[in-house]
Design a protein around this ligand. Structure first.
Ligand SMILES: Cc1cc2nc3c(=O)[nH]c(=O)nc-3n(C[C@H](O)[C@H](O)[C@H](O)COP(=O)(O)O)c2cc1C
Ligand SMILES: [Mn+2]
Length: 481
């Protein structure tokens, strides 16, 4: 049964021993961060701060901060199960004959059942504040000492594409400037920023934006998925939770938000109005630099009677976002393999903070094949940010970083095997020569072929034959070891 809302998810975490209620008073300024950082690094539970210092609203953090919690969030035994369901749907072809088609009907009906549903009211509007409200009433964290202020870190930001009318939901942090305004940190490659550009192109002055904080876990998770433009995150959330997301119309703008959300901020972004956002202690483990971003004006706050404020911190890895990203890696691998069947596995080690390093194992079939895979990754959605791609042969286990380092470093002739390209880079990259534009590196660490100009013999990896191992297993015991 799909979780209806954040509370049902909290209950499930608690029942699974994955949630700790914190009854002591803890300050949302820096102290909650230190709790969350220690907890995630110890593989500890999600934390529900019942008494954030100075506020009557509890704070939930680290709800997704391990693979086990991701499984509870997505209601699966393994996140790979989600991948299997996606592949099953994508491979679904209309079978021949009436009987085959009839057998398909339940699947198609199931798919229809995932589409979001508009309802006339919802708990997220139990309290409607269109005049007397202040963002300062919420226990919003200041995460790190040099942060530019307090940041809403798990917001579901809804906007509409003016050309197609399609909705987008992305997670873009929001710096609180005062009671009614925040920053809107959609990076230039993201859909919120694209909607903004299209609005500007049409000469519009305002862009409606609505933000939900705290919802059922599949809905929250859908906001970070690297989906193609115009693919509705709420539909994907419905697929993930196997039950439609109920949406309710906003009071003051032309958007819908998840009806069972905890807190909703309705408002708009004024086209052309920019303000300094940041610095912010980011998921790279460094402070991202202050920059100019749009300003979000809140026109109405709606919430539950007794809302729970959901948040996260990012910082030196691994943090909660590493596990969210690891699940993306697992869920999207089969999709990548539909495009690139030669890819065996991929891994994004925590220290690579997603965009800095992607390890790829593949079955090489023709000269230059590893480079084709690199270029394809650089040409695929948000994988375009991959600053360093290391490609190894299929027998290398990319989940084992030591094995990759050992074999890749043995296999490369750097001048020959390293490929540099220029292109878009992650907005968080502080090393690139220009913001959002810089170089990327591909390392072809596969075994080289004569067809690639390599004519020397290529040695095998040292291994003991299986029968010797078996014999020694026996002798080992007899030797008393
Ligand atoms: C905790 C967290 C915070 C994030 N903050 C931002 C952010 O401030 N700006 C941004 O552009 N992306 C941020 N992201 C990444 C986006 O949510 C992600 O790229 C998403 O796929 C964007 O969706 P879109 O393609 O619909 O724009 C964040 C992700 C996580 C997990
Ligand atoms: Mn999107």
């Amino acid at each position: 049964m799909a979780y209806r809302d954040l509370r049902e998810f909290i209950r499930a975490l608690e029942e699974n021993g994955e949630l700790k209620r914190i009854g002591v008073e803890v300050d949302p300024v820096l102290e909650i961060t230190e709790f969350a950082d220690r907890a995630v690094k110890q593989g500890g539970p999600a934390l529900l701060f019942e008494k954030p210092k100075g506020y009557g609203i509890p704070v939930l953090i680290n709800a997704f901060a391990s693979m086990r919690k991701m499984e509870i969030a997505l209601e699966v035994a393994s996140v790979e199960d989600v991948a299997a369901r996606i592949v099953e749907f994508l491979e679904m072809r209309m079978p021949e004959g009436l009987w085959g088609k009839l057998k398909m009907l339940p699947k198609l009906a199931e798919m229809g059942a995932f589409f979001p549903r508009t309802v006339s009211s919802g708990p997220c509007q139990e309290v409607v504040l269109d005049d007397r409200f202040s963002l300062l009433d919420f226990p919003i964290l200041q995460c790190w000492p040099e942060d530019g202020g307090r940041f809403i870190t798990l917001p579901l930001v809804f906007s509409r594409n003016p050309d197609t009318g399609k909705r987008n939901c992305g997670m873009y942090r929001m710096q609180v400037y005062d009671e009614r305004t925040t920053g809107m940190h959609w990076q230039t490659h993201k859909q919120g920023a694209e909607h903004y550009r299209r609005m500007a192109h049409h000469g519009r002055r305002r862009m409606d934006v609505a933000v939900a904080v705290g919802a059922d876990p599949a809905t929250m998770y859908s906001a970070i998925l690297p989906l193609p433009p115009d693919l509705d995150e709420m539909m994907i959330a419905g697929f993930l939770r196997q039950s439609p997301v109920e949406m309710v119309k906003c009071r003051t703008c032309d958007l819908e938000v998840p009806a069972h959300a905890e807190i909703v901020l309705e408002g708009y972004v004024e086209l052309g109005e920019l303000r300094t956002e940041g610095p912010f202690g980011d998921h790279t483990g460094f402070y991202s630099l202050a920059d100019e971003y749009p300003v979000f004006h809140v026109t109405c706050v709606t919430r539950r009677q007794d809302p729970i404020y959901a948040t996260t911190i990012v910082g030196p890895p691994p943090m909660e976002d590493y596990y969210m990203g690891k699940a993306i890696e697992r869920i999207f691998l089969p999709l990548m393999r539909m495009q690139l069947p030669e890819v065996r596995d991929i891994a994004m080690p925590a220290e690579g903070v997603f965009h800095n390093l992607i390890l790829v194992s593949m079955r090489k079939s023709y000269p230059g094949h590893a480079r084709k895979v690199m270029h394809s990754i650089w040409g695929t959605g948000q994988a375009m940010f991959s600053k360093c791609i290391v490609v190894v042969d299929e027998e290398v286990d990319v989940q084992n970083v030591r094995e990759v380092a050992w074999k890749a470093l043995n296999n490369i002739d750097p001048e020959r095997d390293i490929q540099f390209v220029m292109g878009p880079v992650d907005s968080l990259d502080h090393s690139s020569r220009l913001p959002n534009y810089g170089s990327k590196m591909g390392i072809d660490a596969t075994r080289k072929w004569p067809g690639e100009g390599f004519t020397r013999p290529w040695p095998g990896v040292i291994e003991t034959p299986a029968e010797v191992k078996r014999r020694v297993d026996e002798l080992w015991k007899r030797a008393g070891l």
